[in-house]
Design a protein around this ligand. Structure first.
Ligand code: MN
Length: 376
């Protein structure tokens, strides 16, 4: 029997007018939305162009321009980028039993600099997401987007979505200009609240970046996507070294779509530095960095199997597989082949395999099925 498969990385495309119609009237002129300008699909807020992507032409153009991702055509059209029946059909064909779902337009929330607009945007998204998925919580984990321009708003929105039953919430992968870095104790109340409310924090790759296209010239496409691994490393490094995770030992973090093979290396490097340079180390931590990572950090991966080979460092519990459906850089529509080869040549128990492809994430995100309930 195949194990239960939970994808830790999926995206839903919101209705195009979600923020244009959902925000208070005074804010609508700055609502995040996409519009076609010449050959580009631009994501804009007021005068600000947040992101632009050259549109493709041909049979897959509609889908390609409706989501975020590099300009590579998938082998076949995804049926469920914006609806549940198509999603369930694709999941059945792909052998995926459940997933956590992240935004598309909503990924750009952190480009908004005004704290009131940011808060209102997250509330519109979270309310819509709740209504869309709340009758399907045995299959879909809802992920809130949490405002961070004012961390009091972060705590209040965490409480609001927890009351709706959310078990996961997004904060930016990169702490953009104007907000505290992740080694700042200003984050303690946020991570304390998440821990108390049973909400796992998600850092999805690319979020908080002013521009995901940083490198130009030869190799730029490979460099821009590869370097997002470094953003996840920096975030975890700061949350661990600065003591936020140590002081909030029940807080759980998942970094998404940044790969996972680096986690063992980061863990060993931080342990080494912590002791080798201990006269300079402030604050002192109650646990080794590697122990904090092992207890509180998870990382999603699609293909990079070195994380499985290095699991004696991180614990296999840190590894959560994800498809990144429906994005063209993800595993759709060849997920069965990817999963079938995931453990090739690696000595590993059936239990560990099942945890990595499903159990770890289903328990972390508290998927609403009795077999994944975690004792309090
Ligand atoms: Mn993704």
């Amino acid at each position: 029997m195949r194990p239960f498969v939970f994808s830790a990385d999926g995206h839903i495309v919101e209705p195009p007018d979600l923020f244009l119609e959902g925000l208070p009237a005074s804010m609508r002129s700055r609502a995040i939305h996409s519009e076609k300008r010449d050959d580009y699909l631009c994501t804009v807020s007021g005068e600000k162009v947040i992101f632009r992507m050259r549109m493709r032409t041909g049979p897959l153009a509609d889908e390609a321009t409706s989501m975020r991702g590099p300009d590579v055509a998938p082998a076949r059209r995804a049926l469920g980028h914006n609806n549940i029946p198509g999603r369930l059909q694709d999941m059945k064909d792909e052998g995926i039993d459940a997933e956590i779902v992240f935004p598309s337009l909503g990924l750009w929330t952190y480009a908004l600099e005004d704290e009131d607009l940011e808060l209102a945007t997250t509330q519109v998204y979270n309310d819509w997401n709740n209504a869309f998925f709340r009758d399907h919580t045995d299959t879909f984990v809802r992920c809130a987007v949490i405002p961070v321009r004012n961390l009091n708003n972060a705590v209040s929105e965490l409480k609001r979505v927890a009351a709706m039953g959310f078990t996961a919430a997004m904060v930016p992968s990169i702490t953009m200009k104007g907000i505290p870095a992740y080694n700042d104790p200003a984050w303690d109340p946020v991570f304390e609240a998440g821990a108390q409310l049973g909400i796992a924090f998600v850092l999805h790759t690319g979020t908080g970046a002013e521009n995901v296209v940083v490198e130009r010239g030869p190799g730029a496409a490979v460099m821009n996507y590869t370097r997002q691994m470094g953003d996840a490393q920096n975030a975890i490094m700061a949350l661990v070294a600065g003591g936020v995770l140590d002081r909030n030992p029940k807080a759980q973090i998942a970094v998404i779509e940044s790969g996972a093979s680096w986690l063992a290396g980061l863990s060993e490097r931080m342990d080494e530095v912590y002791y080798a340079h201990q006269v300079f180390v402030r604050p002192k931590l109650s646990r080794k960095p590697g122990e904090i990572i092992r207890a509180q950090v998870k990382a999603s991966f699609q293909y990079d199997r070195a994380c499985i080979m290095s699991r004696s460092v991180t614990g296999h519990e840190a590894l959560i597989w994800g498809s990144d459906y429906p994005h063209s850089e993800g595993t759709f529509p060849h997920t069965p082949e990817v999963l079938a080869r995931l453990f090739d040549g690696i000595e590993i128990s059936e239990r560990e395999k099942a945890d990595i492809v499903g159990g770890n994430a289903a328990r972390l995100f508290r998927l609403n099925r009795p077999e994944f309930a975690v004792p309090a």
